[in-house]
Design a protein around this ligand. Structure first.
Ligand code: FES
Ligand SMILES: [Fe+2]
Length: 377
């Protein structure tokens, strides 16, 4: 939790999950409950799922005239976070200015909905990862979601750490006879680090079409990218064939992470191939899960890297750099009367509406003091 990144884009849903019929859609990310809906202009919206009147879950309500209507007293909130309707106000018509809810930008890209969790202004937001193959008609998509127990960083680093492919995955797609070496280069950018390596796959689980012109068990090119906050793109190619997978990691709460594997390939688009690749992916991730759950690097003086880990270390450094640049979500976690914790991240609405922003500043200061007291007890 203390390492969650705010001011970042997270994959919150597939676009097909949010429709006029399915709204409001309840989702969770970084420990925060969110209510997703479509406003009167047809814009996707997500608001903090705590009604500013008496704290009810807005996602239990419904959408009327483009406003999300709370089930408790039927106040209606727009995508601007403002309360536009209080049915019990008949004469004065005065709606208090702080009767607002945090509202987060949502963008659709590659059939996925991406939520910006934070209050950074538009020109300071990192880009959403680019995977151009998803938009090309010759590529066939294969989506798969699963939930793992644990924290996000070991899971993310597992995907960035390609060197384990040869060992841990020798029974599935890796090839233990041809381990990775450290003679590759890492490219470092502001929001992404990447590298290209060549590898031999396990011929027993070869998933590309045969390429006899390249000889027996040819090298496969792997273009690996880590993109902030928690995205990994692994692009495997041989000759004209390509299989690209985007992995998105969305921490749901302190115990669970939703992993989405969105693959696309430009060969064998049959259902049989989909099933085969899905099964292979599941077997590979199960191999990972057993080991990741055993990892406790936090008890070490420092996890010791070796030269071949340079891509992993560059990704780790980039994550830490973004975290230390004022993007920790840790200051926005609140205790509830039920003893649980929920996150409420600041949204751009707080900057745009001064009195609402001030009321949350006060609330954050109170919670900080209470947290200090709890920690000292
Ligand atoms: S708690 Fe939502 S309108 Fe009263
Ligand atoms: Fe793995």
């Amino acid at each position: 939790m203390k390492e969650w990144l705010k001011n970042s884009w997270y994959c919150i849903a597939r676009a097909e999950e949010l429709t006029v019929e399915t709204q409001p859609l309840k989702k969770k990310a970084l420990g925060q409950n969110l209510a997703l809906f479509i406003d009167s202009a047809g814009k996707y919206t997500a608001v903090n799922d705590v009604c500013p009147h008496m704290g009810a879950a807005l996602s239990l309500g419904c959408v009327k005239n483009g406003n999300l209507v709370c089930p408790y007293h039927n106040f209606g909130f727009g995508s601007d976070g403002k309360c536009h309707e209080v049915p019990s106000i008949l004469e004065s018509g005065k709606i208090p200015p702080t009767l607002m809810v945090d509202s987060y930008p949502i963008v659709e890209k590659y059939g996925l909905l991406w939520i910006f969790l934070g209050d950074a202004p538009e020109d300071k937001r990192p880009p959403i990862v680019d995977v151009p193959e998803f938009d090309k008609p010759e590529f066939h998509r294969l989506y798969h979601d699963l939930v793992w127990r644990g924290s996000v960083r070991p899971m993310l680093e597992n995907l960035v750490d390609f060197t384990h492919f040869s060992y841990l995955h020798a029974a599935t797609f890796g090839n233990g006879a041809h381990p990775y070496r450290d003679d590759y280069k890492v490219t470092k950018g502001e929001h992404e680090v990447s590298c290209t390596v060549y590898v031999k796959l396990n011929p027993d689980n070869w998933f590309f079409p045969p390429v006899p012109e390249l000889g027996e068990n040819p090298d496969v090119k792997v273009f690996c990218r880590y993109h902030v906050p928690t995205l990994v793109v692994n692009d495997f190619s041989i000759g004209k064939y390509k299989d690209v997978t985007l992995f998105t990691f969305t921490p749901l709460d302190e115990n669970e992470v939703l992993i989405r594997m969105y693959g696309c390939r430009n060969f064998d688009k049959s259902d049989v191939a989909d099933t085969k690749l899905k099964n292979l992916g599941e077997r590979i991730l199960e191999e990972d899960r057993l080991v990741i759950e055993s990892c406790i690097p936090e008890v070490l003086p420092r996890a010791v890297g070796v030269p071949v880990d340079k891509y992993l270390l560059a990704a780790r450094n980039l994550y830490d750099k973004v975290l230390k640049a004022g993007n920790s979500a840790a200051d926005h976690i609140y205790e509830t009367h039920r003893g649980g914790k929920i996150t409420i991240l600041p949204s751009p609405v707080r900057t745009a509406n001064e009195s609402f922003g001030r009321s949350w500043k006060r609330r954050e200061t109170q919670e900080k003091t209470a947290r200090k007291k709890r920690n000292s007890e």
